[in-house]
Ligand binder design. Structure first.
Ligand code: NAD
Length: 441
């Protein structure tokens, strides 16, 4: 039975009743679309636009037969959800994770639509996933599953249509295999531009300077823009991180470079803390060698409850969705929760944190640096240009500062929190474009 009577739940329940579709207030997809619709209601967005955004345009499911090194065959499930492309080609990461579900991929695709619109990038939103544990595969097996997935997606991806990028469990090497497979299928006259089918590629193969650290770097630029308004500033702040992969480790290293202190880190292998500060560079080296933070010799091993209770200025989840639930929120002692991962905070946890005076900075604002530098890569590929790292950083900073300002202005205009303001600033742009283009036919 539905019990939730927040504006977000009410908006979502109403739309799904009209669509004669099921609604589940505990499901991440409905929670995410609920907040988007709540923002749309505050802006009085046209009803057809709300209906269109409530469901993805395409949900593609594939099953890839792949032979393992020991000769056995596995049938691996893959998804590509293309949420919306009114602003430009679909854009979004590809995740390899053993627990992935369609509704999670739908949520992440919806967030990409919002993220690109918020930053005014000429892209729509998509997300893909393969239901496998990449850590359990050899490099050769990873290559085979990646190439098989790319072939299975076929014409559903392309540099002018849908452009994947790295996400959890995937990296520049995965993108190189995807691009190479796609190029092999491309017509001769299109092979040069075909590598633009994915972003986040290795630098030597059409990647962009600054892409690897981009999500962490963008987050730091957002903090530069927003912390002074909260009477905080970057040097001398303390922080903790969930996740020490691409996003977490770059965020840690860049914040340390700016003079802040990393007090605690947790990942899938364990949790560690040091009140005097954990060296972010050394920890990145340890994780690269051992696969996780567990066993890092220069910090104390702690349990999960102690990790969440560690007092810090910034609490930064950079791992899976929904990790910060109500129970964890009750433990967290921070001034600002900075969402580096997508959708890491449950609605109940968010309400609890806000009630105790914690500012929550939403993912579609904080982690937009990744897709922004992906856009720069796509642009460089189309124009056969190579930008240096300084130019990438300069342009990223401009986009992140402008985006943060847009959210602040919307929060003041609607007198709402930063999450709803971010969705509102995104959806207002999308609604304007639908108004101009009209809805076909
Ligand atoms: P990654 O695979 O490089 O790292 C994931 C991290 O999460 C690892 O440190 C892993 O140990 C940790 N983790 C996994 N399960 C965990 C658990 N149960 N408990 C604690 N830690 C756990 O992934 P990433 O690219 O850093 O992505 C992290 C998040 O950031 C995801 O939500 C992703 O969608 C989002 N994101 C990534 C990018 C990007 O450019 N890579 C851009 C925007 C958003």
């Amino acid at each position: 039975m539905d019990t939730c009577d927040t504006p977000a739940c009410q908006s979502a329940r109403e739309i799904f009743r009209e669509l004669e579709d099921y609604y589940d207030e505990h499901n991440l997809y409905f929670q995410t679309i609920g907040s988007v619709l709540q923002a749309a209601d505050l802006l009085d967005v046209d009803h057809p636009v709300k209906l269109i955004l409530s469901q993805p345009k395409n949900e593609i499911m594939v099953h890839c037969p792949v032979q393992m090194d020991d000769g056995t065959w596995h049938l691996i499930k893959g998804y590509r959800v293309q949420h919306n492309n009114v602003l430009g080609p679909y854009k979004g990461g590809i995740r390899f994770h053993p627990e992935i579900k369609l509704d999670e991929v739908k949520s992440l695709a919806l967030l990409m639509t919002m993220k690109c619109a918020l930053a005014r990038l000429p892209f729509g939103g998509a997300k893909g996933a393969l239901k496998i544990d990449p850590r359990a595969l050899s490099k050769k097996e990873q290559e085979r599953v990646t190439r098989r997935l790319t072939a299975a997606l076929g014409g559903n991806i392309g540099p002018d249509y849908d452009i994947p990028a790295p996400d959890m469990g995937t990296n520049a090497q995965t993108m190189a295999w995807m691009a190479d497979t796609y190029i092999n299928f491309a017509e001769s006259s299109k092979k040069v531009t075909a590598r633009g089918v994915v972003t986040g590629k290795p630098l030597e193969f059409g990647g962009s300077a600054g892409r690897e650290k981009a999500t962490g770097q963008g987050l730091v630029y957002v903090l530069d823009a927003l912390l002074p308004g909260m009477n905080l500033a970057l040097p001398d702040l303390s922080f903790s991180l969930i996740g020490y992969g691409n996003v977490g480790s770059w965020t840690g290293r860049l914040l340390q470079l700016r003079g802040s202190k990393m007090k605690a880190v947790m990942d899938h292998t364990g949790a560690i803390a040091d009140d005097a500060g954990i060296d972010a560079e050394k920890l990145a080296g340890h994780v690269a060698k051992h696969g996780g933070v567990k066993g890092y010799p220069e910090a104390e091993a702690i349990d999960e409850a102690t990790f969440y209770s560690t007092p810090v200025d910034l609490f930064i989840p950079a791992a899976l969705e929904q990790m910060v639930d109500l129970e964890h929120a009750e433990r967290i002692q921070c001034k600002v929760l900075v969402e580096a991962a997508n959708a890491p905070t449950t609605p109940q946890a968010e309400r609890h944190l806000m009630d105790k005076g914690v500012e929550v900075l939403p993912a579609i604002l904080c982690n937009t640096g990744g897709v922004t530098v992906s856009y720069f890569e796509w642009k460089q590929n189309r124009q056969s240009e190579t930008w240096d790292a300084e130019l990438v950083d300069e342009r990223l900073q401009e986009v992140m500062h402008r985006t943060a300002k847009r959210v602040l202005e919307m929060a003041a205009r609607l007198d709402c929190n930063m999450r709803i303001a971010s969705f509102a600033a995104a959806i207002e742009h999308i609604a304007k474009v639908y108004g101009m283009r009209g809805v076909f036919p």
